[in-house]
Design a protein around this ligand. Structure first.
Ligand code: LIP
Length: 290
């Protein structure tokens, strides 16, 4: 298995997509709604279509899990609590535009996120923000890089010296709002230095990897938003956890906490002060039942 070959290929895909996204960002957009506020544009679909056909051409035996074209699992086949067909085979996990809302509004945090996973774990990851021309790359065991320079998580050991980031997702229920605001209140009342919301989980995870923020958490997230960013943090010396209980993160668990090790435990305690609604508390099960 050649990680460098996979990484170079993913970089090529991301840079090509970046040219389209940068040009499209300043043009009128063709928007469809997937829900009340969750949008998809013609650019998301075009970029994803191009990436998928190039992966199929180069690695015909590999699987693909992509935001705009995944196959939902049916009630009969859904044994793990996951919405997606995602198994242990080599699988490219792709978000053509992470931060679609930002893209529509011309707000600078947008990126292409591509990871190759084996056994549902990322072995290479690429996150490219074409607006800022920032290319984050990582390979399992090979470190994390921003535009070719090695990156590391911050050395901060206290929430009081931490910038913590979260996103507010697409849940607009009263229960969802109470939960999100409860977590923010818990952080504020425990003197977090500041809170940010980039609006792109992949970008937010990379900011932690680069030591620009200390942590990122979100409830209600998908594998394509986080697969590449998870590897970026792990390779930059950070920790990835399931913020429900601090256990090992699964890409399908719908929850994510990525942090510099010095603040992970303190953050877990603060987030746990807010009761988790049932919809975010599903315990993720693997196919083997573990
Ligand atoms: C979005 C994320 C955003 C998060 C949403 C959503 P999209 O992805 O990046 O940060 O809050 O849950 O997943 O729809 O822009 O690809």
């Amino acid at each position: 298995m050649n990680h460098t070959e996979y990484l170079d290929f993913a970089i090529e895909l991301a840079r090509e997509a970046g040219v389209n996204i940068r040009a499209a960002m300043v043009r009128p957009k063709n928007i469809e709604y997937k829900g009340l506020i969750d949008m998809v544009t013609n650019t998301d679909k075009e970029v994803e279509g191009r990436i998928i056909s190039k992966i199929k051409e180069k690695y015909p035996s590999h699987k693909i899990l992509a935001e705009e074209s995944y196959t939902p699992q049916t009630a009969e086949t859904n044994t793990t609590g996951s919405q997606y067909i995602f198994d242990d085979q080599p699988t490219w996990v792709v978000d053509p535009i992470d931060g679609t809302t930002n893209f529509v509004h011309g707000y600078i945090f947008v990126c292409i996120s591509i990871a190759l996973c084996i056994n549902k774990k990322p072995i290479i990851g690429v996150v490219y923000n074409p607006i800022l021309d920032e290319l984050y790359t990582a390979t399992k065991g090979g470190g994390a890089f921003l535009n070719g320079q090695s990156i590391n998580v911050s050395k901060t050991t206290s929430v009081t010296h931490s910038v913590v980031s979260t996103n507010y997702g697409y849940d607009r229920t009263s229960e969802g709002a109470d939960f999100m605001l409860g977590n923010v209140k818990s952080l504020l009342m425990n003197n977090v230095q500041s809170i940010r919301s980039e609006g792109s989980a992949a970008v937010a995870l990379c900011l932690v990897a680069a030591g620009r923020t200390e942590a990122f958490y979100e409830f209600g997230i998908h594998p394509w938003d986080i697969a590449a960013g998870v590897l970026m943090i792990e390779e930059a010396g950070g920790v990835m956890l399931d913020p429900l209980d601090g256990s090992e993160l699964h890409l399908e668990s719908k929850r994510v906490l990525g942090a510099t090790p010095g603040v992970a435990d303190e953050l877990m305690r603060l987030l746990k002060k807010t009761p988790v609604p049932n919809k975010y508390a599903v315990i993720f099960r693997r196919d083997d039942g573990s």
